[in-house]
Design a protein around this ligand. Structure first.
Ligand SMILES: Nc1ncnc2c1ncn2[C@@H]1O[C@H](COP(=O)(O)OP(=O)(O)OP(=O)(O)O)[C@@H](O)[C@H]1O
Length: 343
């Protein structure tokens, strides 16, 4: 994001063992060493990884969000993106969205509240306009989640969905300032956190979910964009910032899922886009002159020209990104990951 010193921060969250895992007496192979490192038991011995911050399995959703002081930056006119990456079942949706009954809301609903809390605090000094769009990237196609598919009489659900997808074509474009935006996406103005959450619920109901491997598993990338425009009431200056919240699809390998046909196609698209994301991060870290962000819609969405320059200048190099890339390359080539390598 544009504010602060660091352009990319990587946090690691360890999720608690599930009831099934505990019942089967599976051992936990990952351990938080300190605030910045984790130790993973692998067949080749212990390996340590460094992060900008490590959260143990006891960390609450509140602990996690407190460390994300990024929302103020978006309101101050910066572009902020928070995304969760990890294998299926590693806790991405729990972290980004929260649990089903929202007893433990995640980063997305907390962000909705935080935006409007900050706005309320500053309403004597600024006038704000908040708008949102919500998309899913499924099999390399962008679907507008704020457009509810309705089944026309005499046509199958799939046919009418195709028809509507054509009518609401969303394309990734870049404006003159190098800011990426989703052209054609339905953008809705919202005036409070409740309205934003209601739209989010509607968007979630429109998502693709495949039931094979893991009922909870989301087979598509979910992208929530929130734009905050503000006008300073004293001097009239206007600024615009954006928060993008992304819940990526799981990075499991196709072989393990026992997936067939369309599920295999899904897995390939998911791995392809995640692998493109890995390539982009790796090119940024290595300061390569060419950053291949055009290789997938996901990375086209996630990258801004300005950020590329900033990041290259800062020579961001981190072990965990190299590791992420290594894992993605392995997944892509169909190799089996060793125990503990999924982190
Ligand atoms: N920190 C946590 N505390 C308690 N439960 C958690 C935590 N993280 C994950 N879980 C639980 O673990 C299960 C899997 O998590 P989740 O669905 O978030 O994984 P995911 O990475 O989004 O998977 P997928 O890629 O398949 O969508 C869920 O039942 C979730 O509620």
């Amino acid at each position: 994001h544009g504010g602060g010193n660091e352009k990319i921060r990587v946090f690691c969250r360890i999720r608690p063992a599930s009831r099934t895992e505990s019942a089967q007496s599976e051992t936990v192979v990952v351990e938080k060493v300190d605030e910045f490192s984790v130790k993973v038991e692998t067949s080749r011995g212990d390996r340590e990884f460094q992060f900008d911050r490590v959260f143990s399995s006891e960390a609450s959703q509140t602990d996690l969000f407190l460390d994300m002081s990024l929302i103020q930056s978006a309101i101050d006119g910066y572009n902020v993106c928070i995304f969760a990456y990890g294998q299926t079942g590693s806790g991405k949706t729990f972290t980004m969205v929260g649990d089903k009954d929202q007893k433990n809301p995640g980063i997305m609903p907390r962000t909705f509240n935080a935006i409007f809390d900050i706005i309320t605090e500053n309403r004597n000094k600024f006038e704000y306009r908040v708008s949102t769009y919500m998309l899913e990237l499924y099999n390399d196609r962008l679907q507008d989640l704020l457009v509810t598919p309705t089944t026309a009489a005499g046509s199958s659900a799939a046919e009418s969905q195709q028809f509507q997808a054509a009518a609401h074509r969303v394309e990734i474009k870049r404006n003159r300032k190098g800011v990426v935006f989703a052209q054609g996406a339905e953008k809705k103005d919202v005036s409070n956190a409740r309205e934003l959450y209601a739209l989010f619920k509607q968007a979630c109901a429109n998502r693709h979910i495949s039931a094979t491997m893991n009922v909870e598993s989301s087979r598509s990338h979910l992208i929530v964009g929130i734009t905050v425009e503000s006008r300073n009431l004293t001097n009239g200056s206007v600024s615009s910032g954006k928060v993008s919240l992304v819940d990526l699809a799981g990075s499991e390998r196709a072989a393990k899922t026992g997936a067939k046909d369309h599920q295999l196609k899904e897995a390939n698209f998911i791995n392809k886009s995640l692998s493109a994301l890995g390539d982009v991060i790796s090119a940024l870290s290595a300061e390569l002159p060419h950053v291949p962000y055009r290789n997938s819609k996901l990375t086209q969405y996630a990258t801004r020209v300005k950020n590329i320059t900033n990041i290259a200048q800062r020579n961001v190099e981190s072990k965990e990104i190299a590791h992420l890339k290594e894992m993605i390359v392995k997944l892509k080539s169909g190799q089996t990951l060793e125990d503990g390598e999924d982190v």
